[in-house]
Each structure stands twice: as structure tokens, then as C-alpha cells.
Design a protein. Structure first.
Length: 426
């Protein structure tokens, strides 16, 4: 096999992107059985491994399918505990694959070193996991074609795995990094039924705040980035009161995922007009009290939600509101905000200073220099009152240039006619 590959390995090494893991697989019979010994096939193996992996997974027996499905369905970073201690859901996965627990356990051992790896954690427990993330991704792509396995693997996933490893985007959509399984539309309702109780847990007084926050952020991220219109519709059937969560966004709104979900629903035609108006009303209040300039137009991608939610007329009404309600009280409010910053401010992130700057810029673009000047003066006062960390002068001498290691020049050259892979089969 290596002798037949040798004429094409120079081209394989030049494949973009180059994946060391793909090069490792090129030397393993488990991955190259059936691989055509042509330059095109070998370079495709390196550069576009997913389709080849799907074909390879197709060739595995049902015991291997069951073993890989079990490892995939486990959400813990450590992997699947060894030896197997199966719960009812995991047994169901094995049965649906057409395997048995004993044969699946033996397949785990057979697959270790190629598709799987086995490692011992600090607690002394041994775990199986996929040998490399691309093997995981390839199995997920294969899994979407296996209707008999997919529902049970979803059931076997923990909440964390469901929210971090899957998406419900339309077929053909670009898969974002880290997403390993695309859920087909027939399973949207079942997926919505899994997620909706998780969002309601935010009201559980016994939950640790950090756990509650992280869970909610994962769900909101799933809605805003990983959901098709069809899935969002299916979810609203399960949780028609979703808007009660989404309207509770905080300043600065550009850092809150809830407006992004509102915008996503609005784009899909799924946001009731009264809910949109409530969101605008809440943003209008934050614009003055926080202050929060997340709604103004600029090129910051985090503010795209308000490009969707606000009409041009509504945005201009917001500017009028700021002129009337904030500017006359600006000097007094600046003192309050600066005082609060002294005790609660984050030296790495100052949303008040950020908002004052963007208000000044926005009013200047509208040729309202008087109002822009008010915000400039307010910002100067704010910066004088608050306590800032020491910073290097803007006009100071530049620091030393970063150290760069010089690449030593080789004193020997390899003759052009000799391939680096001459001895690959010796």
C-alpha cells in the first residue's frame, strides 16, 4: 500500500489545509481500505476527510456502530467510562444498532488506537473518547443518515451535549466550528421538547446562579445561531411564553444574547408585534438610565439585533427621547455613574464611557453638534471623576519590538530529483 501511495505523497503533503491527524490515518489500514491509489483520491483524503470518513463508517459492522454511538452520546469531556456499565438508554442504542452488549464491549477494544482512544483520568477511572475531533465530526455526519440510531443518540445525550454538539439549521447550511451533529427536521419537535424544560429551570430557586446563567446562555446561543425557522416555530409550540425570558435583557444590550434571539424570531416572522414593541420600550428606558447605546447604528456585529428590530423611524424617535430625557440631566447623571464605577466598575470594560462616546458620534453624524458636544463634555467629566488604572502615554516611545526567532538556514540542500518519501516503504 505504501509503495503504491509513494508517487502521490508529495501532493498529499501540500494539501490545504494540512491536518497531521489525516496524515496519521493515511498510514493506518483501518482508514485506507478501499482507498483508490490515485493522486486525486489521496489528496482528497487529506484535504476533505469527512466524506471519506462517512464511507469508512458505512463499512464498519453493527458492533462498531454501537460502540461509536455510545461514545458519541456521552457528554462528559472525559468520555465513556470503561468498563461499560450500561443504563437503559445506552442498552437501547446498542439494540437499535443490532448489536449486543458483549460484542459492543469487544468492539471498543478493537476500535481503540484507530477511531477511539482510552485514557485514565486523575480519579483513576478509564474513559473512551474519539481519537480526534474530526473522527467525531465524521461520525456525526454519518449518524444523520442513520434514522434508526439518531433518535436514541439524541435521547442519550446530556443537556450540555445537545446544546453544544448539535444544531437545527437547514440542510446545506455551513456547519459552525464545534457543531458535530445536524438534527433533521422530523426531530425538531422532540428536540424542542428536550430544551424547553431547561429554560424554565431558570426560575428554580435551588439552582446555583452560575449554573443557571451558563445553561441559559447555551440555550439562547442555540436559538440565535443554531436554529432554522422551522425549529424556532417548533420550539414556540412547546414554549409559547419564551418572550417573557427574552424581554428581560440587561445593559449593555449588545452583550446580551436575548435581543439577538428576538431579532432572529423577528426575521423569521415569529415575533408578535406587541412583544417587539415591549422590547423597544425596554431599550428606550435603558438608553437613558444605563446609559446604553447598543441600539445606535454602526458596524459592530453585536448591535445587528437592533438593526433588525428597529425601523428607521423608531431609531430616530429614540434619538429624540435621549435629547429630551437624558441631555438636560446629563451632568448630574455622569456624577452618579462615575461614583458607581468607583465601587463596582470593571477596569477592563466601561459601558458608560462606551455609551457616551457612541452617543457623541451618532449625534455628530446627524449634524447635531450641540448635543454631540454635551456628550463630549460629559465624557470628559466622567473620565476625570472615575479612578482609572495607570496607562502608558499615548505619545510615548514605542516598546521593544517583539522577539522573533530567526529560522536557521540549512547548510545542506536536498537534490530536486529526490523525494522526501523515497524510503517510506523500506
Amino acid at each position: 500500500m505504501l509503495s503504491q501511495m509513494k508517487p502521490h505523497l508529495e501532493a498529499a503533503a501540500d494539501a490545504e489545509p494540512f491536518r497531521p491527524e489525516a496524515a496519521r490515518r493515511l498510514g493506518l489500514q483501518a482508514f485506507t481500505t478501499g482507498l483508490s491509489q490515485t493522486c486525486e483520491s489521496i489528496t482528497s483524503f487529506m484535504a476533505q476527510p469527512q466524506q471519506l470518513l462517512i464511507d469508512i463508517y458505512d463499512q464498519l459492522d453493527v458492533d462498531a456502530h454501537a460502540a461509536l454511538a455510545l461514545v458519541y452520546a456521552i457528554a462528559q469531556d472525559k468520555g465513556l467510562p470503561s468498563p461499560l456499565a450500561l443504563d437503559p438508554v445506552q442498552r437501547d442504542i446498542i439494540e437499535r444498532a443490532g448489536a449486543s452488549p458483549g460484542a459492543t464491549s469487544r468492539a471498543m477494544t478493537t476500535l481503540t488506537g484507530t477511531f477511539l482512544t482510552e485514557a485514565t483520568a486523575l480519579d483513576g477511572q478509564t474513559y473512551w473518547s474519539f481519537h480526534h475531533p474530526t473522527l467525531w465530526e465524521g461520525f456525526a455526519a454519518w449518524l444523520t443518515t442513520q434514522s434508526h440510531l439518531l433518535p436514541m443518540v439524541l435521547t442519550g445525550m446530556t443537556d450540555q451535549a445537545l446544546l453544544s454538539r448539535t444544531d437545527c439549521l437547514p440542510d446545506g447550511s455551513k456547519q459552525r466550528q464545534g457543531t458535530l451533529l445536524r438534527i433533521p427536521s422530523p426531530l425538531y419537535q422532540a428536540t424542542a421538547q428536550r430544551i424547553s424544560p431547561l429554560l424554565r429551570l431558570r426560575r428554580d430557586p435551588h439552582m446555583v446562579f452560575q449554573d443557571e446563567y451558563e445553561r441559559e446562555q447555551s440555550i439562547l446561543s442555540y436559538f440565535s445561531r443554531g436554529s432554522s425557522n422551522g425549529f424556532l416555530h417548533a420550539y414556540l409550540v412547546e414554549d409559547p411564553e419564551l418572550h417573557t425570558v427574552l424581554l428581560d435583557f440587561e445593559a449593555p444590550a449588545k452583550d446580551d444574547l436575548r435581543p439577538r434571539v428576538l431579532a432572529r424570531l423577528h426575521s423569521a416572522g415569529l415575533l408578535p408585534e406587541d412583544v417587539r414593541q415591549e422590547a423597544i420600550s425596554h431599550m428606550t428606558d435603558l438608553a437613558v438610565t444605563a446609559p446604553d447605546a447598543s441600539w445606535i447604528e454602526d458596524n459592530d456585529w453585536q448591535k445587528e439585533a437592533w438593526h433588525v428590530l428597529l425601523t428607521d423611524e423608531e431609531r430616530e424617535s429614540l434619538f429624540d427621547h435621549v435629547r429630551r430625557e437624558l441631555v438636560p440631566r446629563l451632568e448630574r447623571r455622569v456624577d452618579d455613574w462615575a461614583y458607581e464605577f468607583k465601587f463596582n466598575g470593571d477596569t477592563d470594560n466601561d459601558p458608560v464611557d462606551d455609551a457616551l462616546f457612541w452617543y457623541s458620534q451618532a449625534f455628530e453624524r446627524r449634524l447635531d453638534n450641540r448635543t454631540a458636544g454635551e456628550f463630549d463634555r460629559a465624557r470628559d467629566i466622567y473620565q476625570q471623576v472615575r479612578e482609572e488604572p495607570d496607562e502608558a502615554p499615548r505619545g510615548g516611545a514605542p516598546g521593544p519590538a517583539p522577539y522573533r526567532r530567526e529560522t536557521p538556514q540549512s547548510t545542506q540542500t536536498i537534490p530536486e530529483q529526490r523525494s522526501l518519501f523515497d524510503d517510506i516503504d523500506r
